[in-house]
Write a protein that binds this ligand. Structure first.
Ligand code: FES
Length: 234
């Protein structure tokens, strides 16, 4: 039991496991992409960054609350960091937002609007990767993955399957089944939990739209004509 000063307000805490939970308990909205209370803390996206009274910035999901702490959740420095993080994520992200099945429900898209990201100043240096249509339940698009690791943790920690994990390093890092396999070649049980926890369009439900995507990617005019006669293959 103790208290913190958050944005000038005294907020009590008891057994909250991290500062982010205390902030949320106070009714303050701090953006997150990789934090879920049901999953282990990963601390990857840094969007939950806050500033303390010494000017130190840190991810609030990854630190325990300490008695007497003074933090600011919306300082100029924090707002600048968050905007830059979203801009960097968008830079390494496929930009077909207008035609993405997740448009309107994508957390990254929503954050870009909310944080006022109007343009992306950085080049996308990631190589375009093929989509994985092997599963009957989901479509995996590595070009939209922001490496939050939510799918990895839910598959492992909640479902106990561990069908996907991080692979490669640095700018080549990606989430995928081990040994370059496709989802259908793993122990995936098609539960769709990864899709529920994915904040972007990197994992989506396989619908007819998925079939259209695949056919378009393959430039398979016959299949496109069957599934979506109104769509023309460029
Ligand atoms: Fe804290 Fe992602 S939510 S680092």
């Amino acid at each position: 039991m103790g208290f913190m000063i958050i944005d000038g307000r005294k907020v009590e805490f008891t057994d909250e496991k991290n500062i982010l939970t205390v902030i949320r308990k106070a009714g303050i909205d701090v953006p997150t992409l990789c934090y879920h209370s049901e999953l282990s803390t990963f601390g990857a996206c840094r969007l939950c960054t806050v500033e303390d009274d010494r000017g130190r910035t840190f991810a609030s999901c990854s630190e325990e609350p300490r008695d007497g702490m003074v933090i600011y959740t919306n300082s100029e420095k924090v707002r600048k960091y968050r905007k830059l993080i979203v801009e960097l994520l968008l830079a390494a992200h496929c930009r077909d937002c207008t035609t993405c099945i997740k448009s309107g429900e994508c957390v990254l898209q929503e954050l870009a609007h909310r944080l006022g990201v109007k343009k992306v100043r950085f080049q996308n240096t990631r190589e375009e990767r093929p989509l994985d249509f092997s599963s009957p339940a989901i479509v995996r698009d590595p070009n939209k993955c922001i490496l939050c690791g939510n799918c990895v943790r839910v598959c492992d920690e909640i479902q106990g399957i561990g069908a996907i994990d991080f692979a490669y390093r640095g700018t080549d890092a990606m989430v995928m089944p081990a040994f370059d396999r496709q989802i259908a070649e793993t122990d995936c049980v098609n539960c769709g939990q990864c899709r529920v926890f994915c904040p972007t369009g990197a994992i989506t439900i396989r619908t007819n739209i998925g079939e259209v995507w695949k056919a378009l990617a393959d430039k398979d005019t016959r299949v496109v004509a069957q599934i979506a006669p109104a769509v023309r293959v460029a």
